[in-house]
Design a protein around this ligand. Structure first.
Ligand code: NAD
Length: 341
């Protein structure tokens, strides 16, 4: 059996490599379902369209194939999933499988949460980023008016099944993007070595370390009223950059750029020393990330008002104290931008 990792939010996360999809496991969680809808994207479908053959021997299996990339996190794509489920005649006891990267786990979770007021779903993440972050933690949603994750819910899957071998076909850029979220975990306190940050393919041990740090931080704070906000490290500026790029810069790359902003702000406002800043930059660039941002502050500022960690003007920004410990720092957008000028 694979390593069984329980939590966050009490659903199991299975970590394995080189296994066939375990029929008993998938069937067991969807015992009463007669129909299953696998939601995936064009790239994953092309590579792995046979992966679910025989996994649900006593059920009808349907596929909903969405465009690859951030286009899958649109209202159009959400509508496609709901229409597919309707056309295939899925009922409340039937289930969805999210089979893809973070965009697919996000849109499928949202569709599952809202189809007939909620049906069961499970996630099989196929990117590093989805395995360590997007597929766990129960948050889902779609983008709207060009803004990241503008509409969504908090709705937990039945289980998450991580198969490391899927990562072998990722493009270099998508692999690097995944390492962006691993780097975030390193800054949040996960015991991750420089060698691990430089590894070509994350080990199950590294994935588990990232999941554990997320579990420690998110546990007991599903709706992000307190310490869970720490998981947004790098995301305030990261999401602004991602939106400004029209979603052409991958999420994990934007998070790293966002952490760079958080470090610079911490030097300016929290007494983070140049020596500690230098050490932090070595971690930030260890996996080969470009930490620079070509967008002017004025443009970034326009997107900060959509930050869900704030109330419009004041943001719960995740920065560092003088010892490089991450902290939640309520601050006005003007002061934040002022610290960078
Ligand atoms: N809900 C959350 O808590 C949460 C957390 C972090 C990120 N996210 C979201 O996740 C998204 C980013 O996730 P992502 O980086 O996985 O993006 P993605 O889903 O767009 O996948 C990246 C690319 O990799 C391709 N791909 C997927 N699996 C593959 C495989 N095994 N082999 C080859 N190609 C493959 C996809 O087709 C896509 O082109 C963003 O929208 C971000 O906002 C959500």
């Amino acid at each position: 059996m694979p390593i069984i990792f329980k939590k966050p939010n009490r659903y199991p996360v299975y970590l394995c490599r080189g296994r066939k999809m375990p029929v008993e496991l998938f069937g067991g969680f969807f015992e009463n379902a007669k129909k299953m809808l696998v939601v995936t994207d064009e790239t994953v479908f092309k590579l792995y369209k046979n992966k679910f053959d025989g996994v649900f021997p006593d059920k009808e299996l349907f596929y909903c194939v969405l465009p690859s990339g951030e286009a899958a996190k649109s209202f159009d794509a959400y509508r496609t999933v709901i229409e597919s489920a309707t056309n295939c005649g899925l009922h409340r006891e039937d289930g969805f499988i999210a089979f893809g990267g973070g965009t697919i786990t996000d849109v499928t979770g949202f569709a599952a949460a809202t189809y007939m007021r909620g049906v069961k779903f499970a996630s099989v993440p196929t990117t590093v980023l989805a395995a360590i972050d997007a597929a766990v933690g129960a948050k889902n949603g779609v983008n709207f008016i060009g803004v990241k994750n503008y509409v969504g819910t908090v709705y937990a899957p039945q289980f998450v099944y991580v198969e490391r071998d899927f990562f072998k076909t990722l493009s270099k850029r998508d692999m690097i993007s995944g390492y962006g979220e691993i780097i975030k975990c390193a800054f949040l306190g996960a015991d991750i070595t420089e060698d691990e940050l430089k590894s070509k393919l994350p080990s199950l041990k590294l994935i588990e370390k990232c999941l554990r740090i997320k579990e420690n931080i998110a546990d007991g704070d599903v709706y992000e009223s307190g310490k869970r906000k720490l998981l947004n490290l790098g995301h305030t500026f990261g999401h602004a950059i991602e939106s400004l790029s029209g979603f052409s810069i991958p999420h994990g790359e934007c998070v790293v750029k966002g952490i760079n902003f958080a470090l610079r702000i911490s030097v300016a406002l929290n007494g983070l020393s140049e020596e500690k800043f230098g050490r932090a930059m070595r971690i930030l660039t260890a996996a080969g990330h470009d930490v620079t941002c070509s967008y002017p502050l004025g443009k970034l500022k326009e997107f900060l008002i959509y930050d869900k960690k704030g109330n419009g003007e004041t943001i719960d920004f995740v920065a560092f104290d003088k010892d490089l410990t991450p902290i939640i720092m309520p601050i006005t957008i003007s002061k934040l931008i002022g610290a960078l000028e």
